[in-house]
Design a protein around this ligand. Structure first.
Ligand code: M6R
Length: 608
């Protein structure tokens, strides 16, 4: 939810911390701050608003002197996004400053205890208890104070801390919240994710739950929760700087839409060998797969819609019943699962709190868990029995695009892989399917090329205050994702409906002020969709049709059209969503919205 950075080295820390925070701003952007430790103790500056405000307030870091420090960009949970609630938080004596990502569940009890001991609280945050605990437990040993402090905390945290007595030392600790250490030469870093590190080093160490890290310019020491030293070799990250920057595009979202042919190629091609799907990374035995009698998919937001889209193909190819459930609902639903259930968990970030809880709940009841995740080494990747990574590269825009399409494509690959094992398709059918999957990157490029009119359509429709997305079968799943994309970045009211459901109530809302985006990409359902289009037209609505390029009959009814390439009936979703992603992008642009960082949202939702 929030982003944290830390640095210790032989150069001024503040400009480096600000640079790291800019890379993490997508994780939260309602307030920010930095604290630097130098010969004169800790200096701290924080402010509400985006990192740019902090750059101005610190004069690009020049107002803070010191070679070690910590920084934070916030997405408010406890307390409004004010200067006072922004992190870092400093101890009453000015000896410690800390930054925190996560939620301290027992903060109310700790707060009372600390108040009674005389500590003065300045903010409304749960975080502030941490810095007072450090003071309570500090008797000249920073590491000991850190260990005793984290032992008192319940909930989730990634913490960074500095101490005025140790001007070259920073500490980090984690529990259920990501934290990665960057190994430099004569300098070391930590950050919530690798995007803040890649411009400095590609050698990283993933901190595990319950561990503590002590960083000096020359060394990194890891400790278990009991203080036992741990040795872990650094891992080399494959993402490069270019992947984490805009590369000439006005927004990350547009760049990420355009990157999809490449991302899908990277995700699909290495997994197809000699015309078969080969999932070398899959750690679920064929025998186990053969014993599965139920597949449950869970996720949140767009990842859930990717699951909705994948369900059709998985069911068709495995002949096993597939249900898709929202993780936030599944976790409290007392799910009936057993060792014959396969749980598929989808998550771009691998850190979504509800998805993690649902995973744990279902796994504890005996199900096997397969995670489809983008961020290597993330919590979900670690908790699952097996992981298939989507090789989308870093996704910075809050609205997911390549994250979603790569998730769908991995579900396709997994479905075909199951069909190979379960022999639920003939060799000829499997051959054809594999050829169609290999064409997906090209189809996405074609979907981009077919629609140069989208910026003009956005000018025409951006004033519409309420939109409906309708479709049938897998088009309905795509409609849900298209609708979410539009609402989250343009702030227009938008709803997705199964086209056949409209007349059971919602059609009462249709009038001349509505725009209905009608997805009619299933040849066998095209006539049904034409009837639905006529129904809404008869009530005065404008219709933006979404159809394969050879189904131009829709022009007789629709006011405007978005074209998709002639799609493979089974594997068309990644190309079909592309014009809707672009439509959302250009409408949001017309409305002057903050596209990469929409209001009230954060990239990775690490709280319930
Ligand atoms: O990182 P995850 O895939 O687990 O995130 C799930 C949702 O929070 C995410 O897809 C969200 O709905 C996006 N903002 C949609 O664009």
């Amino acid at each position: 939810m929030c982003g944290i950075v830390g640095f210790t080295g032989k150069q001024e820390a503040a400009p480096l911390l600000l640079d790291g925070l800019k890379k993490l701003e997508y994780r939260g952007y309602d307030s920010a701050g930095v604290a630097v430790v130098g010969q004169n103790g800790i200096q701290m500056i924080k402010t509400s608003g985006m990192i740019q405000n902090l750059c101005e307030k610190t004069q690009n870091g020049s107002l803070l002197q010191g070679f070690a420090g910590i920084g934070h960009t916030r997405w408010a949970t406890h307390g409004a996004p004010t200067d006072v609630n922004a992190h870092p938080h400093m101890s009453n004596d000015g000896k410690f400053a800390i930054v925190h990502n996560g939620i301290i569940e027992n903060f109310a009890l700790l707060r009372e205890e600390l108040k009674q001991k005389g500590f003065v609280f300045l903010s409304e945050t749960d975080t502030e208890v941490i810095v007072h605990l450090l003071t309570l437990y500090y008797h000249g040993d920073f590491k000991e104070a850190m260990m005793k402090t984290v032992a008192r905390l319940e909930g989730s945290y990634a913490i960074g801390a500095v101490c005025a007595d140790c001007p070259d030392r920073i500490f980090a600790a984690r529990q259920f919240s990501p934290l990665i250490l960057g190994v430099g030469i004569g300098e070391n870093y930590f950050a919530s994710d690798v995007t803040a590190l890649v411009s400095h080093t590609k050698n990283v160490i993933y901190l595990e739950d319950g561990e503590l890290a002590e960083l000096t310019p020359g060394d990194i020491y890891l400790y278990s929760s009991t203080g036992k030293p741990i040795h872990r070799e650094p891992t080399r990250i494959l993402w490069d700087m270019e992947a984490a920057e805009k590369g000439g595009y006005e927004h990350f979202m547009l760049k990420e839409i355009m990157e999809q042919p490449r991302a899908l190629k990277a995700t699909i091609e290495p997994r197809i060998q000699n015309n078969r799907v080969v999932l070398e990374e899959l750690e679920i035995a064929e025998e186990t797969l053969k014993s599965v009698n139920r597949i449950l998919i869970t996720a949140c937001g767009s990842a859930y819609y990717a699951g909705q889209a994948g369900k059709y193909v998985l069911e068709a190819l495995t002949h096993i019943p597939v249900t898709t459930e929202l993780a936030s609902e599944l976790r409290y639903s007392n799910p009936i699962v057993d060792e014959h259930t396969l749980l598929i968990v989808l998550s771009q970030s691998g850190e979504t709190a509800d998805t993690i809880s649902a995973l744990k709940e279902v796994k504890a009841r005996g199900a096997k868990v397969l995670a489809i995740v983008n961020v290597v080494g993330s919590t979900i990747a670690k908790l699952a029995d097996s992981v298939i990574y989507t090789w989308a590269g870093p996704e910075i825009a809050v609205a997911t695009t390549k994250g979603y399409t790569t998730q769908v494509s991995v579900l396709y690959l997994f479905a075909v892989y199951c069909a190979q094992i379960l022999q639920t398709a003939t060799p000829q059918e499997l051959d054809q399917m594999i050829q169609q999957i290999l064409l997906i990157p090209q189809m996405i490029q074609r979907a981009i090329d077919l629609n140069p009119q989208i910026p003009y359509l956005a000018k025409r429709y951006h004033h519409n205050q309420s939109l409906f997305f309708i479709g049938r079968n897998v088009d309905y799943a795509v409609a849900m994702e298209g609708s979410l994309k539009l609402k989250e970045i343009s702030y227009l009211h938008s709803e997705a409906y199964a086209a056949g459901e409209l007349k059971h109530g919602t059609i009462a809302l249709i009038d001349k002020d509505r725009l209905v985006v009608a997805l009619a990409c299933q040849e066998q359902l095209f006539d049904k969709m034409m009837s639905n289009i006529k129904e809404v037209k008869a009530r005065g609505a404008k219709v933006l049709g979404v159809v394969p390029e050879d189904m131009r009959q829709i022009l007789a009814e629709a006011d405007d059209v978005l074209f998709v390439p002639k799609l493979s009936p089974m594997f068309g979703v990644p190309a079909e969503i592309v014009p809707l992603q672009l439509f959302a992008y250009y409408v949001a642009k017309e409305n002057g919205c903050s596209i990469d960082k929409p209001r009230n949202l954060a990239k990775s939702v690490t709280v319930e």
